[in-house]
Design a protein around this ligand. Sequence first.
Ligand SMILES: Cc1cc2nc3c(=O)[nH]c(=O)nc-3n(C[C@H](O)[C@H](O)[C@H](O)COP(=O)(O)OP(=O)(O)OC[C@H]3O[C@@H](n4cnc5c(N)ncnc54)[C@H](O)[C@@H]3O)c2cc1C
Length: 399
Amino acid sequence: MNTANKPDNMPDHCDVAIVGGGLVGASLALALQPSALQVALIEPQAPAAAPVDGAWDSRVYAISPGNAAFLQDLGVWSRLDPQRVQRVETMAIAGDRRDSRLQFSAYDAGLPELAYIVESGAMQRAMLEVIADSNGIRMICPAQAAGLAISEQSAQITLADGASLDAQLVVGTDGRDSLVRREAGIDAAISEYRQSGVVANFNTEKPHHGTASQWFRDDGILALLPLPGNRVSMVWSTNEEHTQTLLALSAESLAEHVAEASKGAVGQLQRITPAAAFPLRLAHVARLIAPRLALAGDAAHNVHPLAGQGVNLGFRDARVLAEVLACRAPRQDCGDLTLLRRYERARREDIASIAISTDALQKLFGSKSVLLSGVRNFGLGALNQLPVLKNLLIRHAVA
Ligand SMILES: Cc1cc2nc3c(=O)[nH]c(=O)nc-3n(C[C@H](O)[C@H](O)[C@H](O)COP(=O)(O)OP(=O)(O)OC[C@H]3O[C@@H](n4cnc5c(N)ncnc54)[C@H](O)[C@@H]3O)c2cc1C
């Protein structure tokens, strides 16, 4: 990995400074490579080591086929171990009534798969390997952005160690508590779900047949995502009290509890990674851009994980921003606001539709009202009978 190597307080220059080397920031750095821009990627955390003895990462993501193709183009996908990537062929969603079920199948939609389940750490390591092999990206790690000043001519990032970096454009991919967003004075409307996503992986008694299953329950939304072999990864989005209960259970009790809640869909379970919880919220930013600045990934939006779309939205941000910068006029400044407006316009609808639909579903299924319960169960059953609408939803999800 390339690391910063310059005297303290000496201003340095690049075309695009990306603050935050998580999945979205790292993918953007790679996507900018064909534009021959000088890119710096600032990240405080050294990459996590590969798991020992083939252990499974409890953070896994459903990645859309469109984003898998993007990662393929970046040279990242081919570095993933295919034995550890699972194709999702069916999605099954159950409401709180026996007859309320919705099923999407890749076969019915004429697609090879609906999504891939990939370990977060494996994707991150693959990206950092490709970055280390590239010549055009300067990885500044470990380093933390501590301040930002924007003038007409350039943007200047101050690092926590006092060093600074000048750029034509700063992109904030520094996650949900983005310093870049704060320093740029961009407001975010944040509403806490007062829920966490509790994750853990399990061995299963029965095969999952490539099905990602979801149960909308009184105590939240339970999802079991298929992993290679007889394994699944759980995301249980649930209130704080139930989160604490789940975290306090022994491995055996949690496995029993999840097997029961999932109605034995994959038989008995055996927990293979400790449970961990991540607080959930909805965040909507007033603007995605400012002069010499753009936001992408969780710095720009936080959505409920029930549709597995957070990082997918972030990858689509990276794809569009890279395309906009690649198509700029010769010698056009990358921080030019007219250019950045194209990025903002192109991203608004996708971000808003995912945020609104996941929030509405979460509220509909989180409600204790008898009327809403009827509506949601009727809605799932009715939608299941409408192949055209189902196909429309699938086309959006696989982008
Ligand atoms: C339970 C759960 C399940 C989920 N499942 C899915 C799923 O199946 N599919 C999906 O698409 N999404 C899913 N998501 C959403 C997904 O986790 C996020 O959208 C995604 O991780 C955001 O990536 P990011 O790179 O934007 O931000 P982050 O992963 O938060 O990365 C931000 C980076 O910025 C760095 N940083 C922070 N501050 C600074 C600073 N001052 N200077 C420099 N660097 C800084 C951090 O170290 C970090 O590396 C899920 C989320 C949860 C909670």
